[in-house]
Design a protein around this ligand. Sequence first.
Ligand SMILES: *Cc1c(COP(=O)(O)O)cnc(C)c1O
Length: 385
Amino acid sequence: MKFVDLPTQQRRIRNSIEERIGRVLDHGQYVMGPEIGELEEQLARYTQTRYAVACSSGTDALLMAMMAYGVGPGDAVFTTPFTFVATAEVVQLLGATPVFVDIDPVTFNMDATRLEEAVRRVAEQGAPPFCKRSETQGRLTPRAVIGVDLFGVPAEYDRIASIAKSYEMVVVEDAAQSFGAEYNGKRACNLAGIGCTSFFPSKPLACYGDGGMCFTQEKGLFDTLCSIRIHGMGAHQYDNVRIGINGRMDTLQAAVLLAKFEIFPDELTKRQEVAGRYDSLLRNIPGLTSPKVPPGIVSAWAQYSLLARDDEDRRRRRDRLQSAGIPTAVYYPKPLHCQSAFHHLGYREGDFPVSEDTASRVFSLPMHPYLSEEQQERIAKAMRV
Ligand SMILES: *Cc1c(COP(=O)(O)O)cnc(C)c1O
């Protein structure tokens, strides 16, 4: 059994993929070929955003978004410690300071009440709560929030936006796991000033390598993102008006994405069915907490993540599944404030108890559109320990 079944998907659309790759080989525009614009147009329409900027990865999409907003030294950027490292990494790369905010125990997304506390504390004292050494790093100004749509469920953007507004902060959506999700009738990637997604092979919409995209409603941000994507170019390629990056998406990856996007809406429906079947199959297993999707939200089901009783219980269940040939994964075993890379921020174990508790109990089951009922029954059976 596969955790993510890419071969079955490929068999379904192999002809279309080969045809589109063939067209790229024919026209030879490997960098910024016509497929890039075609993909941007299709995905902007799908996410109901005005502008889309294809780029080299989800990480670079986040980096470009932070750069477009001019985030830098002295800026506090609020995000959760229970996410993939890239979310906070880009903040640090620009010399700004990631300020962590604990998560909600049900959605695993940023707890807006705690966000408000953390922002107020930084605004008043120039330092985040818990941070033991920040006094020596100079005063911080609240500058941005990166909401993370973990496992496919959008963060609470209504509340995040109102907090951001009262402190004049910008909001970026890390939609790397939520492409296709919905929040109060709006699509993920369209829930903040700039939405950033990833097309890494294991994400809901994925290419055959690295890729990402930024989405925005604002022409000014769009122009800036396009410039940053190509080394800060101005009116022409060798006119450099700002510091940028080499952030382009390969034309070949855009071709693959165009083929995959044809079946994406159908795959999303299938993901809902798979999640629904898991919900009913796992409902009555003692000690397990199934994922809950809040009202008004449609998850993209990037992951189907459960909570075990504790670390030991998780280990036993994962071992059982593994012996039955069923792969599982843990996203994420160690919150970012406990990672050596962020040691300099001065956080300690115990600072974000919900994130730490979740990290010790969470695990994810195989999740993809092609998971059969029989396979899911086998999984549920192996889960009863
Ligand atoms: C995958 C992921 C990223 C980074 O995307 P890449 O395309 O791998 O660079 C960022 N944030 C989250 C939450 C992710 O899951």
